[in-house]
Design a protein around this ligand. Structure first.
Ligand code: SAM
Length: 212
């Protein structure tokens, strides 16, 4: 059994697999949020996978960014280290976010298809942790699947199938999606931008942390 929420066994094919099922929606849903990054930002990326997002960020900002890239899977991290980051500075850490300790705070936090791995308790604890690492007025670029009773039969079955697959391949904790919107609203965030992909199965949001 692999370590929990660890994508080592499928790192080599994860990107191909996700584009086979979702076309370019997985990428577009994250790329659409990148204009919220401004020059000189301190950025924390958690569960960034193979690191293709680093190349997309570096196309928009060729220098001046400092990125901390935390990834639980050592194999995903190796792929990420090989990406073109132009003149930006990236600290690559092979760690669970749960085990990351720092006194730094960030202008931007990026989590994409990360919280769908977590059960309610882990989601809540990791949300609180990332919230403390985000500066006031900082932006959380959050992308993930969403489901509701109005979602199509196809999406509901696809989500079930994905949980069965990733339970076996990556020992993920979750059996269902946690409503992360609730956590953002409870903690005083404001959603300033949102976009939907794959017939609303995927939602991207830019959440701003407001002053207390
Ligand atoms: C579904 S993949 C998404 C990868 C990437 N964000 C993308 O959209 O292509 C989730 C990634 O999060 C990593 N991960 C899961 N739990 C984590 C945790 N607690 N801390 C850091 N990384 C984690 C996994 O190893 C995996 O690479």
């Amino acid at each position: 059994m692999p370590a929990k929420n660890n994508y080592n066994s499928i790192a080599f094919c994860y990107d191909r697999l996700s584009s086979l099922v979702f076309g370019n929606s997985i990428r577009q849903s994250q790329i659409c949020l990148l204009p919220f990054i401004t020059p000189g930002n301190e950025i924390l990326i958690v569960g960034g996978g193979s690191g293709w997002i680093l190349e997309e960020i570096s196309k928009l900002h060729t220098s001046g960014l400092h990125i901390v890239y935390i990834e639980a899977s050592s194999k995903m991290l190796e792929l990420a280290k090989a990406k073109d980051i132009a003149e930006n500075k990236v600290d690559f850490l092979n760690s669970y976010i749960e085990a990351y300790h720092t006194t730094s705070t960030f202008d931007i936090i990026i989590t994409a298809f990360l919280f769908d791995n977590f059960n309610e308790k882990t989601a809540s604890e990791n949300f609180d942790k990332l919230n403390t690492l985000l500066k006031e007025e900082g932006k959380w670029l959050f992308t993930d699947f969403q489901i509701s009773s109005r979602s199509s039969f196809y999406q509901q079955q696809l989500l079930k199938l994905m949980y069965i697959f990733f339970k076996h391949a990556s020992n993920i904790e979750a059996n269902q999606l946690v409503d992360m919107r609730f956590f953002f609203l409870k903690n005083g965030f404001k959603e300033v931008f949102s976009e939907y992909y794959y017939k609303k199965f995927i939602k991207s949001g830019c959440w701003v942390k407001l002053n207390d």
